[in-house]
Design a binder for this molecule. Structure first.
Ligand code: GBH
Length: 485
């Protein structure tokens, strides 16, 4: 019988243990309190997962032949990261991965999206591989499979080998080729056990933040022409990577991107504003998702860039738009609210209210409807046939209570409202097949260091103790029942 959580049970049984007992009986029990079952159910077989990335959790930066990455250099530059934190130790996941797989098993996830550190596999970016580097991921894959969790690696989550940065990084036309070589090499060696790969995580983030704004590695503030060329090389790397994986991996291996698209949300859901939101989404993703899906730079993009437009060939555009098996998108915020206007471009931005709610970071504006419009736009604008939400989550203040538990009621509220909109998309037939919650545990949040916590598990970075938060109990219920709770 599913226990009902009452004030009394919470008061008498220590914290999450009470919720855990309830969760243990979840799933099979009829739920007499809910009459709206189908209205909240996810499609059968929905792929529930969690996500992390290599530099954010692994630590062990000097072990087993790993080469330095741009994030080692950047985080060791004083003043770049809040409190000058680095990823040197991070969650020590390199040594604790078995424990972390057990956290996932307890959640009941079916899949895990992690990233492979390029500088572990090719310490110099190209040239001689380091077998010990790939061996770590091979052991992780085995551990996941032994626990019934599908491993789905991302090949690039921002930790570019420093040796490649020394030769121009994403500004160099050689970097996309080097990425393809590394991707093919890695996929060939894992595809006996790994059936799906993501290419690059959020090109829009590492290019704009790393090459234009200077707040992520490598910390550059380049003029537009050079940013545009670096961006072109990033999308080219994606396309070359797709081709290299298809050529090198076991037949049937599936591949797609994990991009952070700009999601333009209709300010009111009328046909006119919806049309405006689609036009705006296509234009504001012109340098990333649009060129990947369409194999062209839009007229609006080229006109806005003028003399600073990237140099490219028709052949490169075809490579960039290599067919993918699925489209992965990280969804956190409604990037813009838009409305229809007469005349070009057909849309205008609606400013955010000063009191628009947000989570612990300024950019984390809450807008659950982004979780509906993101996938729907991918399906309507570009005809995406299989969509995965490769990240969604939030940072919160996360104070442990006297009983040691983090009662992150705000994160639960955030997740419930976003999942409600995701369920709405699936119910309307938008082909969303998977959802990867960011993140399994608190970790190195890039320029914010360890002070911004996105985890379902609280991490005490002094002791490396992981403790499930209230949101972990919530997510376990969602997975067990395959519905928004
Ligand atoms: C994702 O980025 C990343 O893939 C992941 O590694 C990260 O930990 C997670 O989300 C949480 O941040 O510095 O004010 O200019 C999310 C998308 C886009 C969020 C750029 C931060 C910069 C805001 N990111 N944005 S600001």
């Amino acid at each position: 019988m599913a226990a009902r959580i009452t004030r009394r049970s919470l008061g008498t049984v220590a914290g999450l243990a009470a919720l855990g007992a309830a969760a243990g009986t979840a799933g099979a029990q009829p739920d007499s309190t809910s009459r709206d079952r189908t209205a909240r159910d996810f499609p059968e077989g929905f792929l529930w997962g969690t996500a992390t990335s290599s530099y954010q959790i692994e630590g062990a930066v000097n072990e087993d032949g790993r080469g330095p990455s741009v994030w080692d250099s950047f985080s060791h530059t004083p003043g770049k990261i809040r409190s000058n934190h680095t990823g040197d130790v991070a969650n020590d996941h390199y040594h604790r991965f078995k424990e972390d797989v057990q956290l996932m098993k307890a959640l009941g996830v079916r899949a895990y999206r992690f990233s492979i550190a390029w500088p572990r596999v090719f310490p110099q970016g190209t040239g001689a591989p380091n077998p010990k580097g790939l061996d770590f991921y091979s052991r992780l894959v085995d551990e996941l499979l032994a626990n019934g969790i599908e491993p789905i690696p991302t090949l690039y989550h921002w930790d570019l080998p420093q040796a490649l940065q020394d030769r121009g990084g994403w500004e160099s036309p050689d970097t996309p080729r080097a990425f393809a070589d590394y991707a093919g090499y890695t996929a060939a060696r894992l595809s006996d056990r790994v059936g799906r790969f993501f290419t690059l995580n959020e090109m829009a983030a590492f290019i704009e933040l790393g090459y234009a704004l200077g707040i992520h590695a490598p910390g550059l503030k380049l003029p537009p022409a050079r940013v545009n060329q670096a961006r072109h090389h990033a999308v080219l790397a994606h396309g070359l990577g797709v081709q290299a994986i298809r050529a090198a991996a076991r037949a049937g291996t599936r591949v797609g991107p994990a991009e952070n698209i700009s999601i333009c949300v209709p300010v009111i859901e009328t046909p006119e504003h919806i049309r405006a939101a689609e036009l705006a989404t296509r234009e504001t993703n012109a340098g990333y998702m649009t060129v990947m899906m369409e194999g062209l730079y839009t007229n609006g993009f080229l006109a806005a860039a003028g003399a600073d437009a990237p140099k490219f060939t028709a052949e490169e555009l075809a490579i960039i738009a290599s067919p993918v098996d699925f489209v992965g998108v990280n969804i956190y915020v409604p990037t813009r609210y838009v409305r229809a206007i007469d005349g070009p471009p057909g849309f205008a931005e609606v400013p955010f209210s000063r009191t628009h709610p947000k989570m612990e970071l300024d950019w984390l504006r809450v807008g659950p409807e982004a979780m509906y419009w993101g996938p729907r736009h991918l399906s309507r604008i570009w005809g995406a046939k299989e969509i995965h939400v490769t990240e969604n989550g939030c940072s919160a203040a996360d104070q442990p209570a006297p009983d040691g538990t983090v009662y992150d009621t705000d994160r639960v509220m955030y997740l419930r409202s976003y999942l409600t909109q995701l369920q709405r998309a699936t119910a309307e037939g938008v082909p969303v097949r998977g959802y990867f919650l960011w993140s399994l545990m608190d970790n190195f949040e890039w320029a914010e260091g360890y002070e911004s916590r996105f985890g379902l598990h609280h991490v005490d970075f002094a002791t490396q103790k992981r403790t499930p938060k209230l949101s972990a109990a919530f997510y376990r219920e969602v997975i067990a029942r395959n519905r928004v709770m």
